[in-house]
Design a protein around this ligand. Structure first.
Ligand code: SF4
Ligand code: F3S
Ligand code: FES
Length: 246
């Protein structure tokens, strides 16, 4: 009998529910049953629950294609994007919880945007060309295609926060910039249009809240849904920092 001809599985989806704005609420698990459909993702399953069981369930989705980074959550304890998670890859009993460390809006909905905005402001994640001139009529500097590809690869970060939730260091050191922050710094350090000096980058992340705080726990790279080369970029920054420290 093919997979399609078998009776569909009944999924039991246990969700950590909590409304931090309701003083009478407390964190608790609620379990919903959903009939599995072919090609079902957790996005579809959660919509089924909201439409047929409880319309107060909070969760975030925008693109449904792994691009916006808004649907990150703990799936069976592992940070990942729910819209890219097929239920057929999971056992019939699935546990969902919000990513830790980020401000909780309610249930599975978290405020990653606030954390990421703070990070981007702190690391000044934009090109610093050190010129006050308007550059509208100037051609961009040429860049080697291989370098452009390398920068593009790092720009694929969708700020989902999975690497933050998967990093033990951030649990102990709340100002640690995490793999997402180090990835961004590596991206701008590589970019020849950014005229910040090594010393300026060192000032920004040459301490334990930056590159020297990373304890090489490797959780970040394991959970990054965009498969970014986080380890090699952290090693790249370390080499650059050590050179400047000597
Ligand atoms: Fe998400 Fe990967 Fe970016 Fe971290 S580095 S925020 S896991 S896409
Ligand atoms: Fe954390 Fe990744 Fe370093 S999990 S400790 S940022 S290797
Ligand atoms: Fe956009 Fe999942 S909904 S990444």
């Amino acid at each position: 009998m093919s997979q399609e001809e078998k009776a569909p599985r009944i999924l039991k989806i246990s969700i950590l529910r909590f409304d931090p704005h309701d003083p009478d609420d407390f964190p608790h698990m609620e379990t919903f049953e959903v009939e599995e459909a072919i090609g079902m993702t957790l996005f579809v399953a959660l919509n089924e629950i909201r439409e047929h069981h409880d319309n107060s369930l909070k969760f975030d989705f925008v693109c449904r294609a792994g691009i916006c980074g808004s649907c990150s959550m703990l799936v069976n304890g592992k940070p990942t994007l729910a819209c890219r998670t097929l239920t057929k890859k999971l056992d019939a009993h699935i546990t969902l919880a919000p990513l830790p460390l980020f401000e909780l809006i309610g249930d599975l909905s978290i405020y990653t945007g606030k954390w990421m905005r703070g990070l981007n402001e702190r690391l000044e994640t934009w090109i610093h060309n050190k010129s006050n001139e308007l550059q509208v009529d100037r051609l961009e500097e040429r860049m080697e295609p291989a370098l452009a590809d390398e920068i593009y690869e790092l720009d694929r970060c969708v700020e989902c926060g999975c690497c933050v939730a998967g990093c033990g260091t951030i649990q102990m050191r709340e100002n640690f910039v995490g793999a997402v922050g180090l990835n961004k710094v590596a991206r701008y350090h590589l970019d020849p249009r950014d005229k910040r000096t090594d010393e300026e980058f060192y000032e920004m992340i040459g301490d334990e809240d930056g590159v020297f705080g990373c304890m090489t726990l490797l959780g970040c790279e394991d959970v990054c849904p965009k498969d970014l080369p986080l380890q090699s970029k952290i090693a790249y920054l370390r080499r650059m920092m050590l050179k400047n420290a000597l």
